[in-house]
Ligand binder design. Sequence first.
Ligand code: ADP
Length: 297
Amino acid sequence: MTRSLGGAELATSIRNDASVAAAALAEIGVRPKLAVVQATDDESTAWYVRSIASAAKRTGILCDIVDLGAAASTEQIRSTLVELGHDPDVHGIILQTPLPDGTDLDALREAINPAKDVDGANPVSLGRLVARLPAFAPATAQAVIALLDHHGISPHGRTAAVVGRSTVVGSPVAHLLVQRNATVTVCHRHTTDLAAGTRDADILVVAVGIPGLITADHVADGAVVIDVGTTATADGRLLGDVDAAAVDGRADALTPVPGGVGPVTTALLLNHTVDAAATQYAQTRSDSLLAGFRSSV
Ligand code: ADP
């Protein structure tokens, strides 16, 4: 029988920590604020964004949903991101995908102020993560590691396989696992024999977006499987990349979809926003103290 590695308990504890920190900031006059920029008619995306906003409010974080509509141009989205980057009342910025067809996502990611990049989307954040410097990791990638930690599963000295190499999930997860001393194989759409890449892994992380891609053949006996995939169906269900029934009994543990990586990701976004608010407050204070010192000498 495969254990279910749920994320609800961990998400609650991360949100509780964030709400204690948000309350402490409120006492000194700082109200952490998150801005989520979206440009799509897709109902499941809109639902996800509303769920972030309501979790933020429950945590004591202000949240603005900036909806630019499905016809928004790259330039409109870019100038909105730049404006939010300069707004001293906004501490965290998320650019929600999908964006309209033809949008230059790379250019937009670069337009997110790295100090407010709570979902680690700017290449500066990814570069710093790879260089092992302080940065906001993409929340989904960090959620994978946080879930392993929470369930007492150490990557140290183990073999891991990551399926998917996107800059927001697969690649940062692979780096974080290496930083935790795992030996990591990365598989992607050009991997000719996927099962050969995954079936010896102690820890298997799947972030592809193809429901049921991973079956028993891909999974080692006793492996820990983290399913990051979330594909919404027309009837409102959320499907993971792992065929849970097929791997049941073979894997030692599997994250459920929904209820695994997802809630931890949302909680980490809030946690990052509170961190960003604290860091920006400290920066403003030290800037003004320094300015006062300079004008007095
Ligand atoms: P996400 O944002 O969830 O990471 P993307 O759509 O950006 O999703 O990336 C999907 C990733 O999945 C890509 O890295 C791609 O190479 C990988 N992928 C797609 N199809 C397959 C497949 N059949 N086998 C292995 N990897 C795949």
